[in-house]
Design a protein around this ligand. Sequence first.
Ligand SMILES: *Cc1c(COP(=O)(O)O)cnc(C)c1O
Length: 398
Amino acid sequence: MGKMIYLDNAATTKTAPEVVEAMLPYFSENYGNPSSIYEIAGRSKEAITEAREQIAKVLGANSRDIYFTAGGSESDNWALKAAFEAYSSKGNHIITTKIEHHAILHTCEYLEKRGAKITYLDVDQNGIVKMEELEKAITPETILISIMFANNEIGSIQPVREIGMLAREHGILFHTDAVQAFGQVPIDVDALNIDMLSSSAHKINGPKGIGFLYIRKGVKIRSFIHGGAQERKRRAGTENVPGIVGYGVAAARAAETMEERTGKEAELRDYMIRRILEEVPYTRLNGDPKKRLPNNINISFQFIEGESLLIMLDMEGIAASSGSACTSGSLDPSHVLLAIGLPHEIAHGSLRLTLSEETTKEDADFVIEKIKEIVARLRSMSPLYEDHMKKLAKASGK
Ligand SMILES: *Cc1c(COP(=O)(O)O)cnc(C)c1O
């Protein structure tokens, strides 16, 4: 096989070589349990402290408020389930959106069975929450607003500052799933009034299976995993020391390179979007053209199946994702694409390309050419496209 072009960085990223290198000694030499008292244990403990500080710095947070977890899904589960329990004397109402990751949506469904009342806000056609609707949804029973920072499918970045202000005015906790945003856009938890924030290392060139939940001091969240006294007694279990070390390095690296890296990605993103929309007929961009993650492209191609497009791109060595995220054999189109108002048949023909710092202009040009070829080929086999063309011919013939 020739070169692979990996354009699925919203699904996961390559672990950066310096991250792997920083992790290695914590497998081979410094393998002590951080809770023990001898010297090599002390080295693990120090490494965790350093990583916690590296991460806190990126958020303008106090390192005491960073709690390591096994990833974004665990952080989301913890924030919602524990807030629901801890604030049950105040109320049972949670506000979220229709475009959240399943780690939030499925947790909400679980909580509904246990007596929670959940409002799933609509978003506008660009995938942005409407502030008036959020404000209207607040009741005296509302204990939590959980709205993602940036969407993993269409890249839309939410008005987090306004949401934080509104939550603060009403004395409601604000949690944000920032798995796609952390390390990609500047975040300051104080300036944005964020009370809880979820993140995951493997989305920012860190290792898989390690994440954190930021919990602002004063938020009454109890432990989620019971056992030992790790993570200030709030998340038991021997720490994933190599993972934590790798996460710290990945976070510091993402912050250091953010401006230049995301500037370059956004330029390439806009170049690809412009060319695809101009050179392939019957296409549309999903998500906000401006308030958008620097590396996200999500385009619908009328008259074709996203899955067929993916398979044919794979044969050309291009790794991408269907915008429709039909995981585990489900044929339902993406809940996100439906929430922005796409009809089923258009949602099915969607493609998500998420770039990395390694994506080059040559890669972009190659991918665009392949997309043009493949879309034309698939349409030439599509009865829907044929019908459409016949109708056009008839209309112009009259
Ligand atoms: C990837 C992702 C998650 C899940 O994170 P894991 O670490 O894979 O559990 C949650 N939310 C969003 C927005 C994501 O993109």
